[in-house]
Design a protein around this ligand. Structure first.
Ligand SMILES: [Zn+2]
Length: 299
């Protein structure tokens, strides 16, 4: 999923160590009109692993490209077998304190919206309403022939029925909802076609090697233009699909603030990078602003 990332920074971009002072973020939020750009780092506290952070999975997991997926029956078998198992983790994942704080900021009129690079739906699950899913959503499936969108849980049920007894133990679950399985474990997993036309089904997410739909990019650019400031949460900004919005904001002289434990490719455009874990950092910022955050008790 997404474009192939560049894994190293050039030496000209020596990373700054970051700060633990969240005050600039408090100031930006209290002014309102903040656009959030979130990445995998905000979902790690929900048990969804990051590709690149500590223990990141990118070193051992190469996401399937769009070209592989569309050109090979065996690749689709492998994808859906792995994704079918991975979906159980995604299906169970709950929003964490970071997602809940972002939803609370929106409820209090401090945000203009959220652009997320995540496909896990956890911002919406926490109550955020104005969310652009830059890379799509694992909760939807699209037919490559007739274009129909259907809920993933429906496909999960059909895959379950077609593959009774398929219970391998995956080694790892990845942030794109993909579980690590050997070819032997994939075995003769049965992929099901579109129930309407028999076409090939694909999760409604942007794969590596696939472009983000142009209209969606334009919608995001419009959000960036209208924002008072851009707040990046939990993204290393390694791929251009997110970094371009940081660059756009910097060009517009719109302040960019980042909360991310590790250095990011956007640091040199940012007013500050707060190097704190997101859940506690955003909860603390909400407290400073007097914004109540929902508890994690199921309602
Ligand atoms: Zn179809």
């Amino acid at each position: 999923m997404r474009m192939r990332p560049t894994l190293s920074w050039s030496s000209a971009e020596d990373p700054e160590p970051g700060t633990t002072d969240p005050e600039p973020v408090v100031d930006a939020l209290s002014a309102g009109g903040v656009l959030v750009l979130s990445g995998a780092g905000i979902s790690t506290e929900s048990g969804i692993p990051d590709y690149r952070g500590e223990g990141g999975s990118l070193s051992r997991h190469t996401p399937m490209t769009y070209q592989e997926f569309t050109s090979s029956v065996q690749a689709r078998r492998r994808y859906w077998a792995r994704s079918h198992l991975g979906w159980r983790t995604f299906g169970r994942a709950l929003p964490n304190a970071g997602h809940r704080a972002v939803a609370a900021f929106e409820r209090h009129g401090l945000l203009s919206g959220v652009i997320t690079q995540n496909v896990d739906g956890l911002h919406q699950a926490a109550g955020s309403e104005h969310v652009v899913e830059l890379h799509g959503s694992l909760a939807r499936v699209v037919c490559l022939s007739c274009g129909a969108f259907t809920p993933r849980r429906e496909l999960a049920r059909r895959l379950q029925e077609a593959n009774t007894g398929f219970e391998p133990m995956p080694a790892e679950i990845n942030p794109d909802g993909d579980a690590d399985l050997s070819d032997e474990q994939v075995g003769d997993f049965r992929v099901v076609p579109c129930a309407l036309c028999g076409g090939i089904l694909k999760p409604d997410v942007v794969f590596f090697g696939e472009a983000v739909p142009p209209q969606r990019v334009e919608d995001c650019r419009q959000l960036v233009r209208a924002a008072t400031s851009l707040l990046v949460l939990g993204s290393s900004l390694t791929v251009m699909s997110g970094l371009r919005f940081v660059r756009q904001a910097a060009q517009d002289r719109t302040p960019v603030l980042i909360i991310n434990r590790d250095p990011t490719r956007g640091d040199r455009h940012a007013l500050t990078r707060v190097a704190l874990p997101l859940g506690p950092a955003l909860t603390g910022i909400a407290a400073r602003l007097g914004v109540p955050v929902d508890s994690d008790e199921p309602s």
